[in-house]
Design a protein around this ligand. Structure first.
Ligand SMILES: NC(=O)c1ccc[n+]([C@@H]2O[C@H](COP(=O)([O-])OP(=O)(O)OC[C@H]3O[C@@H](n4cnc5c(N)ncnc54)[C@H](OP(=O)(O)O)[C@@H]3O)[C@@H](O)[C@H]2O)c1
Length: 356
């Protein structure tokens, strides 16, 4: 296959391309590292494996790492900090909105909030002015780093909080949470901030309240879902806000496909029948073109001009190398036409251009 016939998500070789984040002056590698796995998302990982995983991602050329206090109640931040302390040139994001307090009842690695972490802490939501400043300071302590580049307000909105969302929204707005983030940005303590959420409504509300540099949107703009084309993507283009795509595999099914016989994960749970059928149809088109489903999932989101980076879950050193290969996989342009023709992606969704 020649370069005229096939396009990849990124370059087929050389360093991973970088894209700017809003007006921050930062640029990130368009393939990034989602750090939930290092907090023992779904299963425990040893410290040695965690270090090897992040090192393999760095060896692959990834220079964009995302973590959060929530990921294993501090465990992901500790491991990320240990791995990055001597490394230059990595754009690091963490999150605000949960404060961790000591909890000595946590004595085993039972599943808690999806993570198998025995870190003896409990999380409490706090989106207030002082809560945000404290969260930032606590993260630096856990990371053992003097600085993070980007802060995301984590899980604000109805998807995470249901009936309590109004009260948390008030903390962020009238309670000064956004003011604290603006202050950190104005003082140069961080380069920029945004929200890190699984829903579009929270992004739009936050954009009306303050100037966001970047939005980490998980699971809502993928090969399976493109509703943000209607509202969020144009709003971000107008405001100069970049998008980082989290959960590009919708928790797994867009990587595993439907044919492997293993569990089919969608949005943190078992995939509903309708999703399985749709993925099977996408998978069949990909197979006809000799393209792994996961490679198409990465390439598709990176084709949107508002998207700065995609951060799939990478839960092992081998998977870091595998993810780089998926990112570099050649994709015949006809694949996108076939997906459109079958009604499997929206007609107005940007798709990768052919590179000559
Ligand atoms: N609110 C927020 O801010 C928010 C929310 C969600 C995610 N995020 C960010 O996005 C990152 C990624 O999200 P995610 O891990 O939830 O979802 P994801 O990237 O959509 O899916 C990850 C899952 O896909 C499977 N997988 C990954 N690569 C694969 C491959 N090459 N072959 C087969 N299966 C593969 C793995 O399942 P198995 O391990 O079972 O193989 C893995 O657990 C997070 O680490 C976080 O940084 C942010």
């Amino acid at each position: 296959m020649t370069g005229m016939q096939a396009a990849t998500a990124g370059q087929e070789s050389g360093p991973i391309a970088r894209r700017p984040i809003g007006r921050t002056g930062l640029s990130v590698t368009e393939l990034g590292f989602g750090g939930a796995s290092l907090g023992n998302l779904y299963r425990a990982m040893s410290d040695a494996d965690a270090q090897a995983t992040l090192q393999a991602a760095l060896d692959a050329g990834i220079r964009h790492v995302d973590t959060a206090p929530h990921y294993g109640r501090g465990l992901s931040e500790r491991r990320v900090g240990d791995a990055l302390r001597q490394v230059d040139g990595v754009v690091l994001s963490t999150k605000v909105g949960r404060l961790l307090a000591p909890d000595d009842s946590v004595v085993d690695d039972r599943m808690r909030d999806g993570f198998r972490s025995a870190m003896p802490f409990a999380a409490r939501y706090d989106y207030s002015h002082d809560g945000i400043l404290r969260s930032h300071a606590d993260s630096l302590q856990r990371l053992g780093l003097a600085r993070v580049d980007l802060l995301y307000v984590h899980d604000i909105g109805g998807y995470a909080h249901g009936d309590a969302s109004e009260a948390y929204w008030r903390q962020l707005t009238t309670g000064g949470g956004f003011r604290a983030l603006e202050r950190l940005r104005d003082e140069g303590a961080i380069a920029g901030f945004g929200v890190g959420v699984n829903e579009v409504a929270a992004c739009l509300a936050a954009m009306r309240a303050t100037q966001l540099d970047v939005i980490l949107l998980a699971g809502r703009y993928t090969l399976l879902e493109q509703a943000p084309l209607d509202d969020l993507m144009p709003a971000c283009a107008a405001a100069g806000t970049s998008i980082v795509i989290g959960g590009p595999y919708n928790s797994g099914i867009l990587a595993t496909g439907t044919r492997g016989g293993g569990p089919l994960h969608f949005d943190y749970g078992e995939a509903p029948r309708g999703v399985v059928h749709r993925v099977a149809a996408i998978e069949a088109v990909c197979a006809r073109h000799g393209v792994p489903l996961a490679a198409a999932a990465l390439a598709f989101v990176l084709a949107h001009p508002q998207v700065a980076s995609v951060i799939p879950g990478i839960d092992g050193a081998a998977r870091a190398a595998e993810t780089l290969a998926l990112y570099r996989h050649a994709i015949p342009p006809a694949l996108w036409g076939d997906l459109r023709e079958a009604g499997l992606i929206r007609d107005d969704a940007p798709v990768p251009e052919t590179r000559s």
